[in-house]
Write a protein that binds this ligand. Structure first.
Ligand SMILES: Nc1ncnc2c1ncn2[C@@H]1O[C@H](COP(=O)(O)OP(=O)(O)OP(=O)(O)O)[C@@H](O)[C@H]1O
Ligand SMILES: [Mg+2]
Length: 490
């Protein structure tokens, strides 16, 4: 078939890209994503009003870019959106740097340092419009460079956006006055406190706006003793693990006035109910039930956290701005069920029934059967041993029964589907390294099976052991060695 190369025309394309629907806050967040992906630990965002000639700079101490990386980065579409991204990577489309910047202003300058060497590039849309070609400057104009300063360490990046027509409202009826400019900056601040709260809470990254540190804002009020945390549920949606957990905020009577105001967020209580969708720990979407339910006053205490990995992007139709999403059909029914419970509890508490029954008593966390463990290597979910019913059961048991029951609980925990999903493939006939803890658990379990006559010889015993989800990482040869050494078969 004959083809004819049809190159997009530079001026219209680049100008159209300015209008894909960012606002100042979502644009800055998209640029901050890049600094996080570049492993920056300090990210400084500066807004300078100047003499109506505002400039925005984003400075990070991340890896920076070499000449080739920078050249690619400046391309519209620098990476294929279908490519697999690294764990925790926030980027997806190879567009954000350009589209977010151009939604704020007409000139984007990037100064970056890689192993001590500086590289620079600059897009100026006035120039592109004029020549109608994709002409990228290989140096940054002096007046801009002055505003950017230098990069202190051996690596890092400074992004500067100026000619801020969009951010300043040029061309509209009026241009932003200085006070409104800084009001806008404080709205951006609020947005970042919120969007990056989970990432900031890890204390590995610090962000500043005009020198002031961005303090994470937790929409779930986890620090408050009257907040109820639902159990974390793990859903498998098209091969991806999605975590869902609901939170019910405390009744207003349990909050001080500043706490109440703060928990209402920047949109107010009613508009902060619903699903909170995070992608790699970065908030993507919030503020309603995404068509599953309408918003109502009694549900305003319910906030449901959903955590997606970046592999799930296409299922959930994550958009370029990282602010829009679509629920996959498979997820709807299950999220609806979880949300319905959260809404019901919210209603109870909103009308004060639940709390009225247990005055002054907080049961935060303690009614969960499962809790998420902080450890990366061990099981992800551990049984809540201080659950009141479990405590009561143990109180009623004699030592022998308690021991057996404890062993059983260990197996429930190790064998829980969410704990075994990611277990590594086991090499076949090689005896593996095992820890003393594992050895003890296998021995304990094996001798119990023998005692209860579930298994009567080594063969039977190994057949059972090998099929236990709890021992998913151990092969037969290893089990055999442990059992033989323990000398438990008569
Ligand atoms: N602050 C930075 N430090 C180091 N490299 C950066 C920085 N900002 C951008 N880059 C590089 O430029 C590339 C292009 O960034 P851009 O934001 O356009 O796309 P992306 O982050 O890959 O995807 P998305 O469009 O989803 O944001 C990035 O993939 C990264 O390699
Ligand atoms: Mg990006």
């Amino acid at each position: 078939m004959n083809v004819i190369i049809t190159e997009p025309s530079a001026a219209p394309v680049i100008n159209a890209l300015r209008s894909i629907g960012y606002n100042a806050s979502t644009a800055i967040a998209d640029l901050v994503d890049n600094s996080i992906d570049a492993k920056g630990s300090i990210i400084n965002i500066n807004f300078d009003y100047g003499d109506l000639n505002g400039a925005i700079t984003i400075v990070d101490n991340g890896t920076g870019m070499n000449e080739e990386m920078l050249q690619t980065a400046m391309n519209i579409g620098s990476k294929d959106p279908r490519a697999k991204r690294g764990a925790n990577e926030l980027g997806r489309f190879g567009m954000g740097l350009k589209t977010a910047s151009f939604s704020l202003g007409k000139r984007l300058s990037v100064l970056t340092k890689w192993n001590g060497v500086y590289h620079e590039r600059c897009w100026d849309l006035d120039h592109v419009s004029e020549c109608n070609e994709w002409q990228l400057f290989t140096s940054i104009p002096d007046e801009v460079k002055l505003k950017m300063g230098t990069i202190e360490g051996v690596s890092g990046t400074i992004i500067c956006i100026d000619k801020l027509d969009r951010f300043m409202g040029y061309g509209g009826k009026r241009t932003l006055k200085e006070t409104s400019f800084y009001k806008k900056v404080s709205r951006v601040n609020k947005h970042l406190e919120f969007v990056f709260h989970s990432i900031l809470e890890k204390n590995e990254i610090k962000m500043f706006i005009n020198g002031k540190e961005i303090i994470p804002w937790d929409p779930f009020l986890r620090a408050h003793q009257h907040t109820l945390e639902g159990e974390t549920q793990v859903l498998r949606i098209n091969e991806n693990r999605i975590k869902v957990q609901y939170f019910i905020l405390p009744h207003a009577s349990h909050l001080t006035e500043p706490e109440y105001k703060n928990a209402g967020g920047y949109k107010g209580w009613r508009d902060h109910q619903g699903l909170y969708i995070y992608r790699e720990n970065r908030l993507l979407y919030f503020g309603d039930w995404m068509g599953l339910f309408p918003k109502d006053a009694a549900s305003q205490l319910a906030r449901v956290r959903i955590d997606l990995p970046n592999e799930a992007d296409s299922d959930w139709q994550v958009d370029i701005k990282k602010s829009g999403i679509n629920l996959p059909e498979d997820a709807k029914r299950r999220l609806e069920a979880i949300s319905a419970i959260a809404r019901k509890v919210s209603k109870e508490i909103f009308y004060f029934r639940t709390q009225a029954k247990t005055p002054g008593q907080s049961f935060k966390g303690s009614l969960n059967t499962w809790e998420q463990s902080g450890r990366e290597d061990g099981p992800q979910f551990i049984l809540n041993r201080s659950h009141p019913i479990l405590t009561e059961l143990f109180n009623k048991m004699d030592d022998e029964a308690a021991k057996l029951f404890n062993l059983y609980l260990k197996f429930v925990q190790l064998g829980s589907p969410s704990n075994i999903i990611d277990s590594p493939k086991v090499p076949e006939e090689m005896v593996q390294e095992v820890t003393e803890g594992q050895k003890e658990l296998v021995t304990q379990f094996a001798s119990t099976l023998l005692k209860l006559n579930v298994a009567n010889n080594e063969e039977q015993l190994l057949n059972i052991l090998i099929t236990q989800p709890a021992f998913d990482g151990l092969n037969r040869a290893t089990m055999k060695k442990i059992v033989t050494e323990a000398d438990i078969i008569e």
